[in-house]
Design a protein. Structure first.
Length: 366
């Protein structure tokens, strides 16, 4: 996918060599026409261990290996072979479990949507099993929470977070999901009752949104339709300031999947939620993968937009790209600052700051 102005994927000044190569490989994983083949050849010496470390940190090992294969970068693809095989095996187990869960929820008459994961991969990639994942995200109505929890327990899942069933209802009033683990397989389910930490961020997107049916391993699953899905992917990435490459890769891959419909879908998505989040998603995706930015959403934005873009890119390809935000002192500060700035008003910023403070206190007590 080409940048509208330069015709090439733009590498940011200061972007590490490992990051540049992995980003190029991920682009090749979803865009067969990407001009990535020459990226490897320009460097006489390639830091294979650095590339592997970067791909693992950003959970794109399978996609990177697929892209390196398409770039004819055989040594780099070989270095990620075991990681990619593990991801494919995990995805096969996840696909089987998704089918079991979907049938069980249907049998219990619980309305649900499957989010991200293999449903998104099936839309975006011609090799969906290359996309890394560790859990199954299911959205249900808050009124169905107790029924869904009973069903998961019946299916041999145990509640991990929160650590008490008695706290589940109060937990979901503040958090977007609870975490469940299967007692034998170890597979995880994240049971969602809403899509974003802030209830004001995507007020028009949820279980009642338009949906589409996606085939995963021969079974069809319901997920969000294109416009609410684009809005959700943007909000999901913005909530963590895009600190892991797998999220902008998925966003760019979905935008590429939309093709000429991107502008129409993006305009509709912009009406569904926080416009700043969508602008940031498109700016990050354009900078890394040359995703076209619809003219109606392509303005430079204000100083906050520009700071968010720089902070996100620093976590993705800059000096913070090889460490988890929580591993350094004040490492999560940019994420929280961006979250408070996202609403765009002083009142919204204070409300978000109070929500994040409450969540931190709840997590400390749990």
């Amino acid at each position: 996918m080409k940048d509208r102005d330069s015709g090439e994927r733009r590498i940011r000044d200061g972007e590490s060599g490992s990051a540049a190569l992995v980003v190029a490989a991920c682009c090749a994983a979803f865009d067969a026409d990407a001009d990535a083949a020459e990226t490897v050849g320009r460097d006489e010496e390639v830091d294979i261990s650095g590339i592997v470390a970067y791909a693992r940190r950003h959970r794109v090992e399978g996609l990177a290996r697929l892209g390196f294969e398409r770039m004819a970068a055989t040594p780099l693809a070989a270095a990620l072979r075991d990681d990619a095989a593990r991801i494919a095996r995990d995805n096969l187990l996840i696909a089987v479990e998704m089918k079991r869960l979907d049938r069980a929820f249907a049998g219990a008459a619980i309305d649900r949507l499957f989010l991200k994961g293999l449903t998104l991969a099936a839309l975006c990639y011609d090799a969906p099993m290359a996309k890394a994942g560790w859990d199954i995200d299911i959205l249900v109505d808050e009124a169905s929470l107790d029924q869904a929890a009973n069903l998961l327990e019946h299916l041999d899942y145990r509640l991990v977070e929160p650590d008490s069933r008695a706290a589940l209802a109060s937990w979901h009033r503040r958090k977007i999901e609870s975490v469940w683990a299967h007692r034998r397989s170890g597979l995880h389910v994240e049971l969602h009752t809403r899509l974003t930490p802030s209830r004001s961020m995507l007020p028009l997107v949820g279980l009642g949104s338009p949906r589409q049916s996606v085939d995963v391993a021969g079974h069809r699953f319901e997920t969000l339709a294109d416009a609410p899905l684009l809005a959700y992917l943007a909000a999901h990435g913005a909530s963590s300031l895009w600190f892991r490459l797998k999220w902008p890769v998925d966003f760019a891959a979905f935008a590429h999947h939309l093709g000429p419909r991107l502008e129409t879908v993006a305009r509709e998505a912009d009406r569904l939620g926080e416009g700043r989040a969508l602008r940031l998603a498109l700016a990050v995706s354009n900078r890394l993968f040359a995703t076209p930015v619809p003219p109606s959403l392509g303005s430079a934005g204000d100083r906050i937009d520009r700071w968010m873009l720089g902070a996100a890119l620093d976590q993705l390809t800059g000096r913070r790209s090889l460490v988890e935000p929580g591993e350094t002192r004040f490492g999560t500060a940019p994420i929280h600052l961006a979250g408070c700035a996202m609403p765009g008003t002083a009142r919204g910023a204070w409300a978000e700051a109070l929500r994040r403070t409450g969540d931190a206190l709840l997590h400390r007590r749990s």
